[in-house]
Write a protein that binds this ligand. Structure first.
Ligand code: PGA
Length: 246
């Protein structure tokens, strides 16, 4: 169960969140709990989560280890700050703040793994593609160019998140059936490239307007292994309710 805070919260607000959130989820071991704060808050999040069952991740990384890349952060830097996870290819990075390509996604995923982080690779179709019935085509392309280039060893360490862009931040979540069908397609692509066993082991999260009142329906689908939650992860009470549905 992953909480993507996007560009919300200061270090002080991060500490306040953890003071409330840690006791709400303490002792829960049925899933991994990861918070992805803005990078300026990672140190505060790691310090506040210390000794708890909550891990911390970065929302983005650059594939170089270090160098003249103004504004970027490497996997090694995230890991040194105490992050263990990283989001790769979030739709806002693909379509809003910058234009990350599938090739970038592959390079970032490889860099994350080389730097000791677990990447959550995000895929998903835009509204116009959804309306035009192109969901499968988009997912096949994103998987082929962004994930299939990994080695079998690398793929075994990757988590995938299916996030239909039309459902992100819109309050319009995909129905459990729509999400499950997309997850099944992604698993089939993984099966073709990496084999049945590796595909069965892969964790696929659903993301897009997940809330306490729709998480149960989503988690009933065997294809859905967890959730990547934006807005509803900013509040300790609502995110703890979502985590409990795991
Ligand atoms: P949302 O965001 O839950 O606010 O729709 C999900 C995400 O972008 O990961």
């Amino acid at each position: 169960m992953a909480g993507n805070w996007k560009m919300y919260k200061t270090p002080q607000e991060t500490a306040t969140f953890f003071q409330r959130f840690v006791p709400l989820v303490s002792g829960m071991s049925q899933c991994e709990i990861v918070i992805f704060p803005p990078s300026i808050d990672i140190a505060a999040a790691v310090a506040s989560a210390g000794g708890s069952n909550i891990a911390v991740g970065g929302q983005n990384l650059y594939w170089g280890k270090e160098g003249a890349f103004t504004g970027e952060i490497s996997a090694e830097m995230l890991a040194a700050a105490g992050a263990r996870w990283v989001l790769v290819g979030h739709s806002e990075r693909r379509h809003v703040v910058t234009h990350e390509t599938d090739a970038d996604v592959l390079k970032k995923t490889q860099a994350a793994l080389a730097g000791g982080l677990t990447p959550i690779v995000c895929v998903g179709e835009r509204l116009e593609e959804h309306k035009a019935g192109k969901t499968n085509e988009v997912l096949v392309k994103q998987f082929a160019a962004g994930v299939a280039g990994l080695t079998e060893e690398q793929f075994a360490q990757v988590v995938v998140a299916y996030e239909p862009v039309w459902a992100i931040g819109t309050g319009q979540t995909a129905t459990p059936e729509i999400a499950a069908a997309a997850h099944k397609l992604i698993r089939e692509e993984a099966d073709k490239r990496f084999g049945t066993e590796a595909a069965a082991k892969m964790h696929i999260l659903y993301g897009g307007s997940v809330k306490p009142d729709n998480i149960d329906g989503l988690m009933k689908e065997v294809e859905i292994d967890g959730a990547l939650v934006g807005g509803a992860s900013l509040d300790p009470d609502s995110f703890s309710k979502i985590v409990k549905a795991a």
